[in-house]
Ligand binder design. Structure first.
Ligand code: HSE
Length: 435
């Protein structure tokens, strides 16, 4: 008889329960796919999960028991965080176990070390669930698109942030009110500033960029801006100009280096990705051979993320007795190459500017003069009636592509004009076209 594949779950929260419920509910179908059954041998967690019936399962309060258990082939790390999780994963590797993890922070920050340890031991560490929840983007990049030179990737890869921006856009709700709802729904990270300040998206982008371009993981080099400064007024002005504001992760390979950035971004309403709403995620990948391809789905949630965890378990179960040298390399490339990450100053993007000015003849002329002195070409201008009491009125300017360094110089000069009040709002704009 063919032996079962023995899985140990470490962590039994939202994703743990989703994984457990999928494995128990779809066990027979999964066994038909793999050719052997997958059995949850042990669950390590500080407390039980009321969404799962674990009465017939071996439960331990010490997750390290799972990493040391000689009857386990695959350790599934779902505890989150980077300290204990790293120790746990390295211990499991040391004990010759394969690892599946949904932990983006762990992979983004310690992946280079973890993959090296796994290579030495001849085991695999899979992490599909770490990026964009249930969307199989890691598999798409490492395998489905392996023929391509990837040119750029743009992703809405934080569900909480997208949920907040969508609610603000569609219902005019306040930022803080929507954030509380996202936390109650279980989308947000334990520390929600990870979502709204872009750190969660930066973890995911670092991973995507590495497997797209075959470079080592470089989380510390991701330029990150959050969405907490986005106002309903900016969402409305962008809408009037034909754009949505999305929290976008962007990585692009150019001659000078690799762009790696997370920030609010105006995207034309005509782009499919601009219409990805609520907690949904989407990743747009431009390959030189295939052109643009778009991957869409739930980026968070118990069974959506559990779906990706189970897919990794299935992959491992299929290759368990094979030659580890024939496995897909951890970052999709047998050899990674150090390519420099471009500092944000050296990146070209278009811009949305909101400049609050006193209504006086010649102000607009002064502003456009400064922009032209920096070689910045204007795409559109909108002057609005004021959205709040006071003497300032907003002027909205969209620019053509400009070097960030030049835009910084222009903004400093405009800000210094007597007629300009408040801090100028600047949001980058991407066309995301196929060329
Ligand atoms: N907090 C994350 C999000 C969960 O909102 O997308 C999935 O990584």
């Amino acid at each position: 008889m063919v032996k079962s594949v023995r899985v140990g779950l470490a962590g039994f929260g939202t994703v743990g329960s989703g994984t457990f419920n999928i494995l128990t509910r779809n066990g027979l179908e999964i066994a038909r796919r793999v050719g052997r059954s997958i059995e949850v041998t042990q669950i390590g967690a500080r407390r039980d999960n009321p969404n799962c019936d674990t009465s017939n399962y071996d439960m331990t309060r010490d997750i390290f028991d799972v990493a040391k258990n000689p009857n386990i082939d695959i350790l599934v790390e779902l505890i989150g965080g980077t300290t204990v999780a790293k120790e746990l994963v390295l211990l499991a590797i040391e004990n010759g176990k394969h690892v599946v993890t949904a932990n983006k922070a762990l992979i983004a920050e310690h992946g280079n070390e973890i993959f090296a340890a796994a290579n030495r031991k001849g085991v695999s560490v899979l992490y599909e669930a770490a990026v964009a929840g249930g969307i199989p983007i890691i598999k798409a990049l490492r395998e489905g698109l392996a023929a391509n030179r990837i040119e750029w990737i743009a992703g809405i890869i934080n569900g909480t942030g997208n949920f907040i921006l969508t609610e603000m856009q569609e219902k005019g709700r306040e930022f803080s009110d929507v954030l509380s709802e996202a936390q109650a729904l279980g989308y947000a990270e334990a520390d929600p500033s990870f979502d709204v300040e872009g750190i969660d998206a930066a973890h995911k982008l670092a991973i995507i960029s590495s497997i797209a371009f075959g470079i080592p993981l470089q989380f510390d080099s991701v330029y990150t801006e959050g969405i907490s400064q986005i106002t309903p007024a900016d969402i409305e002005y962008a809408d009037q100009l034909g754009y949505r504001i999305k929290h976008l992760g962007m990585t692009r390979k150019s001659e000078n280096g690799i762009e790696l950035r997370v920030h609010p971004t105006l995207i034309s309403k005509n782009r499919l990705i601009a219409n990805v709403n609520g907690v949904m995620n989407a990743v747009l990948v431009k390959g030189d051979a295939v052109g643009p391809t778009l991957y869409y789905g739930a980026g968070a949630g118990d069974e959506a993320t559990g779906s990706a965890v189970v897919a990794d378990i299935v992959d491992l179960a299929r290759s368990l007795d094979g030659n580890p040298d024939q496995n897909v390399p951890s970052l999709g490339f047998v050899k990674t190459e150090d390519t420099s990450i471009l500092p944000i100053d050296l990146i070209y993007t278009c811009y949305y500017l909101r400049i609050e000015v006193e209504e006086r003849p010649g102000v607009l002329a002064e502003i456009t003069k400064i922009l032209s002195e920096q070689n910045i070409s204007i795409e559109a201008v909108l002057q609005k009636e004021t959205h709040k009491k006071g003497r300032l009125i907003p002027i909205i300017i969209l620019t053509h592509r400009v070097l960030e360094k030049d835009m910084n110089k222009a903004i400093t000069k405009i800000q210094a004009l007597d007629e300009v009040g408040e801090e100028i709002t600047r949001i980058r704009l991407e066309y995301l076209d196929a060329d």
